[in-house]
Design a binder for this molecule. Structure first.
Ligand SMILES: [Zn+2]
Length: 132
Protein backbone atom coordinates (compact mmCIF):
# COMPACT_ATOMS: atom_id res chain seq x y z
CA UNK A 1 0.00 0.00 0.00
CA UNK A 2 1.26 3.46 -0.93
CA UNK A 3 0.92 6.12 1.76
CA UNK A 4 0.70 9.63 0.37
CA UNK A 5 -0.08 12.97 1.92
CA UNK A 6 -3.66 14.16 1.69
CA UNK A 7 -2.97 17.22 -0.48
CA UNK A 8 -1.12 15.08 -3.03
CA UNK A 9 -3.95 12.57 -3.00
CA UNK A 10 -6.42 15.36 -3.76
CA UNK A 11 -4.22 16.96 -6.43
CA UNK A 12 -4.28 13.64 -8.24
CA UNK A 13 -8.02 13.24 -7.81
CA UNK A 14 -8.74 16.72 -9.13
CA UNK A 15 -6.50 16.19 -12.16
CA UNK A 16 -8.18 12.85 -12.75
CA UNK A 17 -11.64 14.37 -12.52
CA UNK A 18 -11.06 17.33 -14.79
CA UNK A 19 -10.97 15.34 -18.02
CA UNK A 20 -7.83 16.88 -19.46
CA UNK A 21 -6.18 14.53 -21.90
CA UNK A 22 -4.25 14.94 -25.13
CA UNK A 23 -5.00 14.84 -28.84
CA UNK A 24 -2.73 13.95 -31.75
CA UNK A 25 -3.31 16.51 -34.50
CA UNK A 26 -1.56 14.29 -37.02
CA UNK A 27 -3.83 11.19 -36.82
CA UNK A 28 -6.75 12.58 -34.81
CA UNK A 29 -6.44 10.10 -31.89
CA UNK A 30 -7.50 11.20 -28.38
CA UNK A 31 -5.79 10.06 -25.17
CA UNK A 32 -7.06 9.87 -21.62
CA UNK A 33 -5.16 9.72 -19.34
CA UNK A 34 -2.94 12.11 -21.35
CA UNK A 35 0.01 10.75 -23.34
CA UNK A 36 3.00 12.81 -24.38
CA UNK A 37 3.65 10.71 -27.45
CA UNK A 38 1.22 9.25 -29.97
CA UNK A 39 1.83 5.46 -30.16
CA UNK A 40 1.01 5.46 -33.89
CA UNK A 41 2.76 8.61 -35.10
CA UNK A 42 5.69 8.54 -32.64
CA UNK A 43 8.01 11.45 -33.42
CA UNK A 44 5.83 12.53 -36.33
CA UNK A 45 2.89 13.16 -34.00
CA UNK A 46 1.68 16.57 -32.89
CA UNK A 47 0.36 16.27 -29.34
CA UNK A 48 -1.75 19.01 -27.78
CA UNK A 49 -3.74 19.23 -24.54
CA UNK A 50 -7.41 18.48 -24.96
CA UNK A 51 -10.28 19.06 -22.52
CA UNK A 52 -12.97 16.45 -23.09
CA UNK A 53 -16.61 17.56 -23.14
CA UNK A 54 -17.40 14.53 -21.01
CA UNK A 55 -20.30 13.11 -22.99
CA UNK A 56 -20.18 9.41 -23.65
CA UNK A 57 -21.81 6.12 -22.75
CA UNK A 58 -21.61 3.48 -20.02
CA UNK A 59 -19.44 0.48 -20.92
CA UNK A 60 -19.89 -1.28 -17.58
CA UNK A 61 -20.62 -0.36 -13.96
CA UNK A 62 -20.66 -1.75 -10.45
CA UNK A 63 -22.07 -0.66 -7.09
CA UNK A 64 -19.41 0.07 -4.48
CA UNK A 65 -20.32 -0.54 -0.85
CA UNK A 66 -16.90 -0.04 0.76
CA UNK A 67 -15.50 3.47 0.30
CA UNK A 68 -11.92 4.24 -0.64
CA UNK A 69 -10.00 6.64 1.59
CA UNK A 70 -11.37 10.16 1.19
CA UNK A 71 -14.75 8.94 -0.01
CA UNK A 72 -16.19 7.83 3.33
CA UNK A 73 -19.84 8.70 3.76
CA UNK A 74 -20.54 8.44 0.05
CA UNK A 75 -21.35 4.71 -0.11
CA UNK A 76 -23.03 3.03 -1.76
CA UNK A 77 -22.05 4.66 -5.05
CA UNK A 78 -21.78 3.55 -8.66
CA UNK A 79 -18.36 3.20 -10.23
CA UNK A 80 -18.37 2.74 -13.97
CA UNK A 81 -16.31 2.70 -17.11
CA UNK A 82 -17.38 5.45 -19.51
CA UNK A 83 -16.43 5.56 -23.17
CA UNK A 84 -16.12 9.21 -24.15
CA UNK A 85 -17.52 10.31 -27.53
CA UNK A 86 -13.94 10.94 -28.68
CA UNK A 87 -12.97 7.32 -27.92
CA UNK A 88 -10.98 7.04 -24.66
CA UNK A 89 -12.42 5.10 -21.72
CA UNK A 90 -12.16 6.09 -18.09
CA UNK A 91 -13.20 4.77 -14.70
CA UNK A 92 -15.39 7.23 -12.85
CA UNK A 93 -18.25 7.70 -10.43
CA UNK A 94 -21.72 7.79 -12.00
CA UNK A 95 -24.34 9.60 -9.95
CA UNK A 96 -27.81 8.12 -9.92
CA UNK A 97 -29.77 5.01 -9.11
CA UNK A 98 -27.93 1.82 -10.07
CA UNK A 99 -31.17 0.00 -10.88
CA UNK A 100 -31.94 2.62 -13.53
CA UNK A 101 -28.58 2.37 -15.26
CA UNK A 102 -27.72 0.11 -18.14
CA UNK A 103 -24.81 -0.61 -20.43
CA UNK A 104 -24.84 1.67 -23.45
CA UNK A 105 -26.71 4.43 -21.60
CA UNK A 106 -25.62 7.96 -22.53
CA UNK A 107 -23.98 10.07 -19.84
CA UNK A 108 -23.06 13.70 -19.42
CA UNK A 109 -20.65 15.45 -17.03
CA UNK A 110 -21.61 17.34 -13.88
CA UNK A 111 -19.36 19.36 -11.58
CA UNK A 112 -19.62 18.00 -8.05
CA UNK A 113 -17.85 17.91 -4.72
CA UNK A 114 -15.36 15.05 -4.76
CA UNK A 115 -14.71 15.08 -1.06
CA UNK A 116 -12.94 17.04 1.63
CA UNK A 117 -9.72 17.06 3.54
CA UNK A 118 -10.75 16.88 7.20
CA UNK A 119 -7.50 18.37 8.49
CA UNK A 120 -7.39 21.50 6.33
CA UNK A 121 -11.15 21.79 5.80
CA UNK A 122 -10.55 22.14 2.06
CA UNK A 123 -13.33 20.93 -0.23
CA UNK A 124 -12.39 19.55 -3.62
CA UNK A 125 -14.50 19.57 -6.78
CA UNK A 126 -14.32 17.74 -10.07
CA UNK A 127 -16.31 16.09 -12.81
CA UNK A 128 -18.62 13.17 -12.21
CA UNK A 129 -21.20 11.71 -14.58
CA UNK A 130 -24.98 11.41 -14.64
CA UNK A 131 -27.26 9.57 -17.08
CA UNK A 132 -27.99 12.03 -19.92
ZN1 LIG B 1 -1.00 10.26 -33.97
Amino acid sequence: MIIMSVPRFWRQQVARYNLVGTHCKKCGEYFYPPRDMCPDCRREGEIEDFKFKGTGEIVTYTVIHTAAEGFEGQTPYVLGIIKLDEGPQLTTQIIGIADEMEIGMKVKPVFRKLGEDGESGMIYYGTKFVPA
